[in-house]
Design a protein around this ligand. Structure first.
Ligand SMILES: NC(=O)c1ccc[n+]([C@@H]2O[C@H](COP(=O)([O-])OP(=O)(O)OC[C@H]3O[C@@H](n4cnc5c(N)ncnc54)[C@H](O)[C@@H]3O)[C@@H](O)[C@H]2O)c1
Length: 258
């Protein structure tokens, strides 16, 4: 069963680096026309150039997902270039590692703004176009911290926990329009979000708790993103697909026998 996205037009927010770049390249490799949207336009342009180099269809657009006017301009640009939108991958995200008692209101607003309000605003602007197209697929990048508590990820995890609930609410509310909404739930992946934090010692400590024995690479999420964007997942909506090397299943690691 080949997953072919040739008839699909996708928007990937935060597509200028890390996981969003890998997923943009993956959707384009499967045939989709991809709008790589990012507040950092340089990164988005690089991703779009990588897509073009491989013979795919891509465009770069600057967007701030916390700003409705900017999102409207992004959607207009996509519809003007590719005529429709079938897939919205809400992936742009920011992190914060403050303990609760140290957390400022400004940081709370920034993290909730990008990670929760951003997907809401993008969805509100894209869904009318999906309805015109006869349906669509919304894919939200969540995080293992949506359920599993890391004390340094209180506001980040809260934003992702709320995004998980919002995703399920989207699934229920938009099913009548043939629009599906699902989440991809990643665990630690070395990207711009955490590159400076993950020293070799931190990596060793984290890997010790992952059954598959390594941190994720951005490319590890591509297969699921392509599946959720494609009609092969037509009966999936409201699902959270954990892609975490077994991390969330392991309360205790087994003794080493090999
Ligand atoms: N890296 C991890 O370990 C990890 C784990 C779980 C979940 N995630 C999630 O994966 C997603 C991608 O993160 P990443 O690890 O690739 O990090 P990243 O920093 O490489 O990518 C995030 C992208 O979002 C963009 N962005 C930030 N604010 C924006 C805004 N207001 N408008 C538009 N774009 C904006 C950034 O410019 C950047 O290109 C995020 O939602 C993140 O929470 C990451």
């Amino acid at each position: 069963m080949a997953m072919n996205l040739e008839s699909k037009v996708a928007i990937v927010t935060g597509g200028g680096s890390g996981i969003g770049r890998a997923m943009s390249l993956g959707l384009a490799a499967a045939g989709a026309a991809v709008c790589v949207a990012d507040v950092a336009i340089g990164g988005a342009e690089e991703t779009a150039a990588m897509i073009a180099e491989k013979g795919g269809r891509g465009m770069a657009v600057q967007v701030d997902v916390t700003d409705r006017a900017s999102i409207r301009r992004m959607v207009e640009a996509v519809v003007q270039r590719f005529c429709k939108v079938n897939v919205l991958l809400n992936n742009a995200g920011v992190a914060n590692r403050d303990l609760i008692l140290d957390l400022s209101e400004a940081e709370f607003d920034r993290v909730i703004g990008v990670n929760l309000k951003g997907p809401l605003l993008c969805t509100q602007e894209v869904v009318p176009h999906m309805r015109v197209a006869g349906g669509g697929s919304i894919i939200n990048t969540i995080s293992s911290s949506c359920e599993l508590i890391n004390p340094r990820l209180a506001v980040y995890g809260s934003s992702k926990g709320a995004l998980k609930v919002l995703t399920k609410a989207m699934a229920v509310e938009f099913a009548q329009y043939n629009i599906r909404a699902n989440g991809i739930v990643p665990h630690t992946t070395i990207t711009g979000l955490n590159r400076t934090r993950i020293t070799p010692e931190v990596e060793e400590r984290e890997v010790a708790r992952i059954p598959l024995g390594r941190l994720a690479k951005p490319e590890d999420y591509v297969g699921v993103a392509v599946l959720l964007a494609s009609d092969e997942s037509a009966w999936m909506t409201g699902s959270m697909v954990w892609v975490d090397g077994g991390f969330s299943s392991a309360a205790v690691m087994p003794p080493k026998t090999a």
